[in-house]
Design a protein around this ligand. Structure first.
Ligand code: CAA
Length: 258
């Protein structure tokens, strides 16, 4: 497996795990870290032995946002030319499901990274926030859009305009995250969930992820049409025949990903 400087990678069963690893700067996201993250996710995506991925940090911090040191002297043109923000877009091209396992600070670009994942599992200590207003800027990696779609306008306004942070309980009650576990075992539970998903029919899992994520971009009519096409297409897969025959034969299916 490739050696990276700012992340650690590991494979457990059918799950590819990426750990953000700049603990001294609270996993502040610089371009090097993001490009390593995207490189590792892309190789996991290509690897047929992997069915799902987990992105995590450490118990104290998932990530405290974009690296402020890299941005302090930047002009609008510098920011436009920088590959930093586009690096966040690459995550949208990943076909397999990604789960964020969040503990401690999940702020700014860190919260935007978690929200770019497909599910978010949190420890009891997690704190979610978009504190960019304190720096005289707004979120630039999707925060105004993804947060609003997740928690609704009124809470997003409070968080982005006035640096309201959410505890794990609040984040759960506002539909930002899927589940909360104690700090000691949030990661273990996230990996088990990823493993469960990774063992399901791969083409159907990827089709479902794609169509659900597309629903934020398209009209209901277009989304229903996309869903229908994807549903019909799955009937050309061996896994559809296997899944339905296994049900009728009262046995467990054996998925091939074809
Ligand atoms: N960028 C660069 N360095 C950071 C950082 C960041 N986002 N967050 C923390 N650090 C560094 C600190 O500068 C400090 O470094 P030194 O030890 O060299 O001084 C180290 O991490 C520890 O931080 P603190 O001393 O501040 O630790 P704390 O426990 O008192 O506070 C914290 C922790 C609440 C996370 C605080 O560090 C903090 O508020 N960080 C900034 C959060 C933030 O504003 N995020 C948004 C960034 S902008 C963005 O993300 C734009 C976007 O949309 C893409």
């Amino acid at each position: 497996m490739k050696e990276y400087k700012n992340i650690l990678t590991e494979i457990k069963g059918r799950v590819g795990i990426v750990t953000l690893n700049r603990p001294k700067s609270y996993n502040a996201l610089n371009y090097q870290l993001l490009s390593e993250l995207m490189d590792s996710l892309t190789s996991f995506d290509k690897d047929k032995s992997i069915g799902a991925m987990v992105i995590t940090g450490n118990e104290k911090t998932f990530a405290a946002g974009a690296d402020i040191i890299d941005m302090v002297d930047a002009s609008p043109d510098d920011m436009k030319k920088s590959p930093f923000i586009p690096a966040f877009d690459l995550i949208r091209r990943i076909k397999k499901p990604i789960i964020a396992a969040v503990s401690g600070y999940c702020l700014g670009g860190g919260c935007e990274l978690a929200m770019s994942c497909d599910l978010i599992i949190s420890s009891e200590s997690a704190v979610f926030g978009q504190p960019e207003i304190n720096l005289g800027i707004i979120p630039g990696a999707g925060g105004t859009q993804r947060l609003t779609r997740a928690v609704g306008k009124v809470i997003a306004m409070e968080m982005i305009l006035n640096n309201r942070t959410l505890s794990a309980e609040e984040a759960y009650s506002f539909n930002l995250i899927n589940k909360i576990y104690p700090v000691e075992d949030y990661l273990k539970h996230t990996i088990s969930l990823a493993q469960e998903i990774a063992e399901r029919a791969p083409l159907a899992v990827q089709a479902a992820k794609e169509i659900i994520n597309q629903s934020f971009d398209v009209s209901l009519t277009e989304g229903l049409q996309n869903e229908r096409e994807s549903f019909f297409n799955l009937f050309s897969s061996q896994d559809q025949k296997e899944g339905m025959n296994a049900f009728l034969d009262k046995r467990d299916p054996s998925w091939k990903g074809d």
